[in-house]
Write a protein that binds this ligand. Structure first.
Ligand code: MN3
Length: 204
């Protein structure tokens, strides 16, 4: 997908992730926040027709190649665009699957166990100061890593492929959890679609 970017449809209803993520949060998060990143990404690119054939991932992978005047806008809004597209896709009502096959082997090798991965990722996302994301990523050799990023920075900017991500901006949880980010993170694991994560791992 390239310019003009469109807000991806959710694969489930706004209330589909309840009680872990409430419908009102999903409605605002998808319909207002993600729509806003989409609109602002398009606005930044509007007068740069040479970039209209590029995917958002291609733009993020080489920010230095962009005109300086739109670099920050693409970093923030292009990051917001792709980060949220992944986020919706790796969640599903009630969660799905468990890591198996190559993904399970990768997690065991990198972290010890799925529980160890959950502890590490929740720790990274939970301690991210201010707004950001927690990630599970894979490199070109299939090696997994886990870390957080600030704002809407995407692991794609570092040459990594994100396969699991959790949004820890307050807009992702504040209505239901207020300042209790750890409670949100603990609940969030219940809606992770491991089948989708495994598909991203296998495709990377
Ligand atoms: Mn968000």
């Amino acid at each position: 997908m390239a310019y003009p970017f469109e807000l991806p449809a959710l694969g489930y209803a706004y209330d589909g992730l309840e009680p872990h993520i409430d419908a009102r949060t999903m409605e605002i998060h998808h319909g207002k926040h993600h729509q806003g990143y989409t609109n602002n990404l398009n606005k930044a690119l509007e007068s740069h027709s040479a970039l209209h054939s590029k995917s958002a991932e291609e733009l993020l992978a080489d920010l230095d190649a962009l005109p300086e005047g739109i670099r920050t806008a693409v970093r923030n809004n292009g990051g917001g665009y792709v980060n949220h597209a992944l986020f919706w896709d790796i969640m599903t009502p009630g969660g799905a699957g468990e890591p198996s096959g190559a993904l399970a082997d990768g997690i065991a090798g990198a972290f010890g166990s799925v529980d160890d991965l959950k502890t590490k990722l929740s720790g990274a996302a939970g301690s991210q100061f201010g707004s950001g994301w927690g990630w599970l990523c894979v490199d070109g050799k299939g090696a997994l890593s886990c870390f957080s990023t600030a704002n809407q920075d995407s692991p794609i900017m570092k040459g990594l492929t994100p396969i699991l991500g959790v949004d820890v901006w307050e807009h992702a949880y504040y209505l239901n959890y207020q300042n209790r980010r750890p409670d949100y993170l603990a609940a969030w694991w219940n809606v992770v679609n491991w089948d989708a994560v495994a598909a991203r791992y296998d495709a990377a």
